[in-house]
Design a protein around this ligand. Structure first.
Ligand SMILES: [Zn+2]
Length: 340
């Protein structure tokens, strides 16, 4: 079994809710997700490795320092202001069209500041959010250390997820882009390009944006077609494809056959790389409440095998997956396929 990295710190983020299409709905990105995965891994005999603290170098290689500083201080500032909401929720957004392209002012009002960095209303910040997001970065970086050392594969059992976070904006239940941080850290250690293959049900828009146009990190994403009405709505289309970016949008209802064909295409695209990051969302599984894809457990195992056949040093970073009854077994299936 693939070794996995764990930190109790990842459990500290309790979003409680999302403000989704104007309504406060219960959060689905809950600490129990990580606990369920860990339980399944230990049952499967996987070796647990404790996360080690890392400095901000890899984090700041992919994120605007202003975003990192906002996330670090947002809850303390919000709670000190004794506001009516028990979570940081943006209400006004600093869109570029608002200021004729000028940099927007930093609001003096604490309750307006989130609008500089959030791109949706469903990604709430509370006590422990920063600590958990930063712990997830350390988990990903510890997995990179394992692969750079003994290798060949390590799994970062972390949350909150990260692949929707761009260089300077958070959203999509994500705060810091763990996958991108892992890719940047690997890039510093291997001679040649790194690939990210994102098999979460949703487009890895943040990772795409961070590395877009660079060429040293190849990004491929297999996801439900945003044009069919799915997050992140504004991107994730084939029109964004170039030599270093491959989007493979799939219609709702796609099962193993179509999904695995796309995973094979993503693997072929990643083959020239010297190291691989797999952004592992298991929300493409049939029965997951957050996506209309219909992938089976056997499909996830086969996806793991396809990516494992590349024979690259591989860091697997946990992204989505919201069915608490199956999230653990689906991760185990994927890692089993990878290590085959
Ligand atoms: Zn997802």
């Amino acid at each position: 079994m693939v070794p996995f990295v764990w930190s109790d710190g990842c459990l500290r983020h309790e979003p409680e809710a999302e403000i989704w299409i104007g309504t406060r709905t219960p959060a689905t990105e809950v600490p129990q997700r990580a606990r369920a995965i860990r339980e399944a891994l230990l049952e499967g005999g996987a070796q647990e490795v404790s996360s080690a603290a890392h400095d901000d170098a890899a984090l700041l290689a992919v994120h605007d320092p202003a975003l990192v500083e906002f996330l670090r201080t947002a809850w303390d500032d919000w709670s000190a202001a004794t506001l009516p909401s028990d979570r940081v929720v943006p209400y006004v957004f600093a869109r570029s069209g608002l200021t004729s392209g000028r940099a927007p002012a930093v609001p003096t009002a604490v309750w307006a500041r989130a609008g500089l960095f959030a791109y949706d209303t469903m990604t709430l910040i509370g006590p422990g959010t920063w600590e958990a997001a930063r712990a997830a970065v350390d988990v990903a970086l510890t997995a990179v250390d394992l692969v750079a050392g003994d290798g060949p594969i390590a799994y970062a059992c972390c949350r909150p997820p990260g692949h929707h976070v761009t260089r300077s904006l958070y959203g999509g239940s994500c705060y810091l882009n763990n996958t991108a941080v892992a890719a940047a850290a690997l890039l510093a250690r291997v001679d040649g390009p790194v690939a990210v293959v994102d098999i979460d049900a949703h487009h890895g828009n943040g990772t795409q944006e961070i590395f877009f146009g660079r060429g040293d990190v190849l990004t491929a994403s297999v996801h439900v077609d945003p044009g069919a009405g799915w997050f992140p709505h504004f991107l994730g289309f084939t029109a964004e494809n170039d030599d270093a970016n491959l989007n493979l949008p799939l219609p709702p209802g796609t099962g193993d056959d179509g999904w695995l064909t796309a995973v094979r295409d993503a693997a072929t695209f990643a083959a020239p790389a010297r190291a691989l990051v797999v952004a592992l969302g298991v929300d493409a599984a049939a029965g997951d409440p957050e996506s209309p894809l219909e992938v089976t457990a056997a499909g996830y195992r086969e996806a793991g095998a396809i990516l494992g056949e590349l024979g690259l040093p591989t860091v697997v970073v946990q992204e989505g997956g919201y069915d608490l009854g199956t999230i653990g077994p689906l991760v185990v299936e994927t890692l089993t396929g990878l290590a085959r």
